[in-house]
Write a protein that binds this ligand. Structure first.
Ligand code: MRU
Length: 355
């Protein structure tokens, strides 16, 4: 994606410097800064604190991290395994994290050199970003179909940030939106702010603003009213893990949007690369839900005098619970937008996976 006339991916690796770089998503939208990740501690910290976040982006980071671990541990498989185990436990819901680590780790043996490990990590990253690009080219047809029917601006609601920051490039839920804008299909995006970390109002809005796509930020509770008032034509969200029965884990609040969409017969789409599917799990009941520090609810970050400051919203001895994701049952999902096409049910993908 282009920012300040330069083409960026949200995370990238430099073979010569033996470093990983990422856009620091904690600083956006007020500051655009690049973070340098030199070792596993830096990488863990960046993933834990959400400097780098979004399912495909943390998968790509994990792939690069295994390459770095191979370099610093001189190919010692036991030490790399320790790093691998630490990495995959950082965020439990997004399966992409493990998929990225596995893709590189599984190729390591005593005959492989560090440059070949790097190539393997780059291959994973490119596959993910190409998948996102294709999600855009398939998904745009759903937006076009609505526009062709009404001949009006298509109002699309999205939750959290599933744009290029979250994916290395292009995005999942936002990829069809970027593509629609490129093809001059008139659109307007309702952006859920996505409490408590505001990935919607900070990151999705920043991406849309950068692309000059019309949008409005709304509080997380506004979607129901908008749907009732016929102001939402479709909903597109991303996913952190999809079980074999089609149940979807995504940012907390996604489920409530799906319920409201079903009540108002508004199409609800999930956009995700195949790497987000976990066919080893029967249903959403088996997907681990990440619980994050309650401090994220108890305090709020705001930008004041060129600085991020933290303010308390309620006393720290009040109990609060911070579930980061919820499960949307498959029955509320109209279709899945993937790099292989748009699927009403995922049996075809499952068959292909096991054949
Ligand atoms: O906790 P986050 O910000 O990493 O959660 C991200 C999401 O829930 C996204 O919707 C998901 O990863 C979609 S794919 C970009």
């Amino acid at each position: 994606m282009i920012v300040n006339n330069q083409n960026y991916q949200s995370v990238w690796a430099d073979f010569n410097n033996k470093r990983i770089y990422c856009i620091d998503q904690r600083a956006l939208p007020f500051r655009f800064s690049i973070l340098e990740l030199n070792n596993l501690n830096d990488i863990s910290n960046a993933i834990n604190t959400m400097a780098i976040r979004g399912a495909p982006a943390i998968g790509i980071t994990a792939a690069y991290a295994i390459w770095l671990s191979h370099y610093y541990n001189d190919g010692n498989i036991n030490l790399i395994l320790q790093d691998y185990n630490r990495l995959i436990s950082l965020r439990p819901t997004a399966i992409n994290l493990k998929k990225g680590a596995d893709y590189v780790f599984s190729a390591i043996n005593e005959n492989i050199n560090n440059s070949q490990v790097y190539d393997r990590a780059i291959e994973f990253a490119n596959n993910e970003m190409n998948a996102c690009y294709k999600i855009g080219t398939y998904g745009v047809e759903l937006i076009r179909a609505i526009h062709n029917k009404s001949n009006k601006t298509v109002n699309i609601l999205t939750h959290c940030n599933a744009g290029w920051l979250a994916c290395g490039d292009y995005g999942t839920a936002l990829a069809p939106i970027f593509e629609a804008n490129k093809q001059n299909i008139p659109i307007h995006v309702w952006v859920d702010e996505t409490r408590p970390l505001n990935q919607g109002s900070r990151l999705t809005a920043w991406e849309l603003y950068n692309e000059k796509i019309p949008f409005s930020i709304i509080t997380d509770n506004t979607g129901g009213l908008l749907m009732m008032k016929h102001k939402v034509d479709m909903i597109i969200i991303g996913a952190d893990r999809i079980a074999r029965n089609g149940d979807v884990a995504n940012k907390i609040g996604s489920y409530l949007k799906a319920l409201a969409a079903a009540a108002h017969s508004i199409p609800f789409y999930v956009a995700a690369p195949i790497s987000t599917f976990d066919f080893s799990l029967d249903s959403g009941d088996d997907i681990p839900i990440e619980q994050r520090n309650s401090l994220e609810i108890q305090s709020i970050q705001s930008y004041y005098n060129d600085e991020w400051i933290s303010s308390e919203l309620f006393p720290s001895d009040y109990q609060s619970i911070n579930y980061a994701f919820d499960i949307t049952p498959a029955k509320f999902i109209n279709s899945f937008i993937t790099e292989q096409g748009i699927y009403k049910n995922i049996n075809y993908l499952i068959k292909q996976f096991y054949s």
